[in-house]
Design a protein around this ligand. Structure first.
Ligand code: SAM
Length: 348
C-alpha cells in the first residue's frame, strides 16, 4: 500500500520536472568568455616553499569555513550547467592533503569536465592510481630544482625523491599530460634552466617555467628577481634550439624543440601578461569567488550556499563577480596593490 511519503516525488523526479537552463557565456565587460574554474580545496600545505609561504606562523582557515565536497560540487555544477565551464583544476594549498580527495574528484568528473590538478607531487606514488580511477585527467607537478640540498632549502622539506617518484607515478597511472611547473627566481634556481629542460626531455614531460609573481606571504617579491620569458627561452634555446608556437588561450607561451623532442612552456605573467585572453575564475577553499589571481575583492559564495540560495542566486553571484573583472593586473605599475591573500590561500 502506498504511503503518503512514497507518493511524493523524490529529488530526482523534482529535478526532472525543472526545465534545464541553456548555458549562457560567462562574459565580462571586456568580452572575455570564462570557461576555466580553479578550485582550491585547502589552504594547508605539507611544503613551505619560501617564495610562497612563511616557514611558520601561517594562520589556517578554520575548518568550518572550508567548503564541503557537496558545496564545491554545487558551485561547480552551477558553473558547468549555467555557464558552460568545461575545465576544472583542483589546487591549494596542497590539494592532496585534503582527506578523501578522490571522492571530490569523482563528483567533479561526473560533471563531464576536463579535470586537472596542480600538486607538489610528494604523495602521488600512493594517490595517483586512485585519483586517475576517480576521473582525474591530468596533473601539473611543481618542481623548482633537481638538486636535493636546494630543494630542501626552497621547500623546507627534504623530499625531492618523493616528488621525482611522484612524477613517475603520475605517468604510470596514465594521467596525461603530466606537466612540471617551475617557478624561476634570479639567484635561486635560474642556473638550472637547462638541467630542468633536459629532465623534461628525458622523461617525456613538458616543463612550464613560471615567472615569479608578487603573491608571496612574506612580501619579499622584487621585480629584479623575476627571470623573464626572454631570458628563459634564450638560456634553454642556446642548448636545445627552440621554435615558438602560436599562442593559444592557455597562459603558457609554448616553444617546441627543433629536434622534435617535445616542448617547454613559459608563463610570463609579469613581463608579458596574458590578461586579455584570461578565461579563468577561482574559488577559494573558504568559498570566495575571485575573477583574478590579483583581485582585491572577492564574492562570498559560502554564505549564499549555507543560507539556502537557489541555483539562480548562486549563478547571479558568479555573473556579478565576473562582470567586475578588471582589464588586467598592474604588476610593475605604481597602482599595483598586492592582494591580501597569498598564493597558497587563493589557490595557484
Ligand atoms: N601545492 C600545489 C603545488 O605545489 O603545485 C598547488 C598550489 S601552488 C600555490 C600552485 C603553483 O603556484 C605551484 O606551481 C607553485 O610553484 C606556484 N606558485 C606559488 N607561489 C608563486 C608565486 N609567488 N609566483 C609564481 N608561482 C607561484
Amino acid at each position: 500500500m502506498a504511503t503518503e511519503w512514497t507518493e511524493q516525488p523524490d529529488f530526482t523526479e523534482v529535478d526532472e520536472l525543472v526545465d534545464p537552463v541553456d548555458p549562457v557565456e560567462l562574459v565580462d565587460s571586456y568580452g572575455r568568455v570564462h570557461r576555466d574554474l580553479r578550485i582550491s580545496v585547502t589552504d594547508r600545505c605539507n611544503f613551505r616553499c619560501t617564495y610562497c609561504m612563511p616557514a611558520e606562523g601561517m594562520v589556517w582557515m578554520p575548518r568550518e569555513d572550508l567548503l564541503t565536497f557537496e558545496e564545491i560540487e554545487r558551485v561547480a555544477r552551477v558553473c558547468v550547467e549555467r555557464f558552460g565551464i568545461d575545465s576544472i583544476r583542483l589546487t591549494g594549498g596542497e590539494p592532496t592533503v585534503r582527506a578523501h580527495l578522490p571522492r571530490l574528484v569523482a563528483k567533479l568528473a561526473a560533471l563531464g569536465v576536463n579535470l586537472a590538478m596542480t600538486t607538489n607531487g610528494a604523495t602521488l606514488r600512493t594517490l595517483a592510481p586512485e585519483l586517475k580511477a576517480a576521473g582525474l585527467s591530468r596533473v601539473n607537478i611543481s618542481l623548482d630544482t633537481l638538486r636535493s640540498e636546494r630543494f630542501a632549502d626552497l621547500t623546507l622539506r627534504d623530499q625531492l625523491d618523493s616528488v621525482l617518484d611522484g612524477v613517475d607515478a603520475a605517468v604510470e597511472a596514465g594521467l596525461a599530460p603530466v606537466k612540471i611547473n617551475t617557478v624561476v627566481m634570479r639567484g635561486v634556481n635560474d642556473d638550472e634552466l637547462v638541467e630542468l629542460a633536459a629532465f623534461g626531455r628525458d622523461r617525456g614531460v613538458t616543463v612550464r617555467f613560471i615567472e615569479w609573481m608578487p603573491l608571496d606571504a612574506d612580501h619579499r617579491w622584487q621585480s629584479d628577481a623575476v627571470v623573464s620569458q626572454a631570458e628563459i627561452v634564450a638560456a634553454i634555446g642556446a642548448v636545445f634550439p627552440l621554435e615558438p608556437l602560436r599562442r593559444g588561450s592557455e597562459p603558457a607561451e609554448r616553444f617546441v624543440y627543433r629536434d622534435g623532442r617535445g616542448e617547454i612552456g613559459v608563463i610570463p605573467s609579469v613581463t608579458r601578461p596574458f590578461c586579455e585572453s584570461c578565461d579563468r575564475i577561482r574559488l577559494t577553499a573558504d568559498g570566495q569567488l575571485r575573477s583574478c589571481l590579483f583581485a582585491v575583492e572577492e564574492t562570498g559564495l559560502r554564505t549564499l550556499l549555507r543560507e539556502g540560495a537557489s541555483d539562480d542566486e548562486v549563478a547571479a553571484a558568479v555573473s556579478r563577480c565576473v562582470a567586475g573583472k578588471w582589464a588586467g593586473h598592474q604588476i610593475g605599475q605604481v597602482t599595483f596593490v598586492q592582494p591580501r591573500r597569498s598564493m597558497s590561500q587563493i589557490g595557484g
